[in-house]
Design a protein around this ligand. Structure first.
Ligand SMILES: Cc1ncc(COP(=O)(O)O)c(C=O)c1O
Length: 363
């Protein structure tokens, strides 16, 4: 199958670029003490995760129980779930995975810790927990210092639980500060309380085995912070338009991801309609006022705007005014995470050819 024969809309991943990104991350971290636990939330693909593991990743990070199950069923033997699992059925699913793989879960709440401890005990399992600290994203996580120490103590008094370490994800700094020096300063400031909390817990004679943080926008900053044992970037393998605009990630990693669309209507010389709408490409950054639109990969003079669920409206100038019905165009999406989840598969391509059709966890 050739790219031009693929039915659209479809997600493509250029395997040469993907593999280069994986090799680049390995090289960049090779002189550092810090491990790499890539986040699978963007690519949602066991195929990609195994390539990352083969290149030295110490395990995989997931955001949902579905992703964790997919990774474990594919043979990944070390998964960190960076999200809270609070319902009976999801806790059970995590406990079942422990038969097949090491799985650890983040927590930020005593009631949740008790529920996890009770259910793990009933199941005769030992569950590793990572206490998440809020380092400024104001999403999940307890305050640094004493509240985190208290949770670590509560974990270790439960016979079915083990305190594994700390997480502090600086999500608010990943792609909001294009300048590297400024991003670096803010990241170091945000993560200082995480490292101080590690020392506080160790002073209380509780070993902190893991300190995990970092994403694609901060991978080269966070991996150099003393005390951080692993980083968890996700987008670097596929990249997207938003990360492409950032000074370091944009230089270090190539964009392997694109969405293929077909021209389905040609209302006027300066306007073409493609089969790429809300349901096929993540557009939510537009609402946030960031770089929100997909950008045509090769064709200059094409500007995309949304035209509904299954339509995109292209404003054309220059050479692109020659576009014909049936022509195919590759777009770089603004956000990989909210694009890859929409399709349930991607086409792994090399040059003009499809090499693999790769299933992904759908959401
Ligand atoms: C907890 C956590 N860790 C790591 C990442 C990876 O970030 P990125 O895909 O920007 O590298 C994310 C992304 O949102 C995340 O939520």
């Amino acid at each position: 199958l050739q790219i031009r024969e693929i039915e659209t809309p479809a997600v493509l991943v250029d395997l040469d670029i993907l593999e280069r990104n994986i090799a680049t991350m390995r090289e960049k971290l090779s002189a550092r003490q810090c491990g790499l636990r890539p986040h699978a939330k963007a690519h949602k693909s066991a195929f990609v995760a195994h390539k990352q593991l083969a290149a030295g990743a110490i395990g995989v990070t997931c955001q949902t129980v579905d992703e964790a199950e997919t990774m474990v069923m594919s043979g990944v033997n070390d998964v960190l779930l960076t999200n809270m699992v609070v319902t009976h059925s999801k806790i059970n699913r995590i406990l079942n995975l422990l038969k097949h793989s090491r799985v650890s879960v983040t927590v930020d709440n005593l009631e949740n810790i008790r529920a996890l401890g009770f259910m793990a005990d009933e199941a005769g399992k030992i569950l590793d927990l990572v206490v998440e600290i809020n380092v400024g994203q104001n999403r999940t996580g307890v305050s640094p210092g004493r509240p985190a120490l208290d949770l670590a103590r509560h974990i270790n008094v439960q016979r079915a639980l083990r305190f594994k370490g700390l997480m502090g994800y600086e999500g608010h700094l990943q792609c909001t500060i294009p300048n590297f020096d400024e991003r670096s300063k803010k990241t170091r400031e945000a993560l200082a309380p995480l490292i101080e909390t590690k020392h506080l817990i160790e002073d209380a004679h509780i070993p902190v085995g893991v300190v995990t943080a970092g994403g694609t926008g901060t991978y080269n900053i966070t991996s150099a912070i003393e005390g951080v044992t692993e980083i968890q970037p996700g987008s670097y393998v596929t990249m997207d338009h938003r990360y492409r605009m950032m000074d370091t990630s944009g230089k270090d990693f190539g964009c392997s991801l694109s969405v293929l669309a077909t021209v389905i209507s040609r209302p006027s010389k300066e306007r073409a309609i493609v089969d790429l709408g809300w349901k096929s490409v993540g557009l939510e950054y537009q609402i946030l006022g960031w770089q929100g639109m997909p950008v045509a990969k090769n064709d200059n003079g094409i500007s995309y705007s949304p035209g509904g669920d299954e339509h995109g409206i292209l404003t054309l100038s220059g050479e692109s005014t020659n576009l014909k019905l049936g022509d195919k165009i590759e777009f770089i999406p603004s956000h990989c995470d909210t694009t890859l989840n929409l399709h349930g598969k991607f086409y792994g391509v090399r040059k003009e050819n499809v090499e693999v059709v790769c299933p992904t966890v759908r959401r």
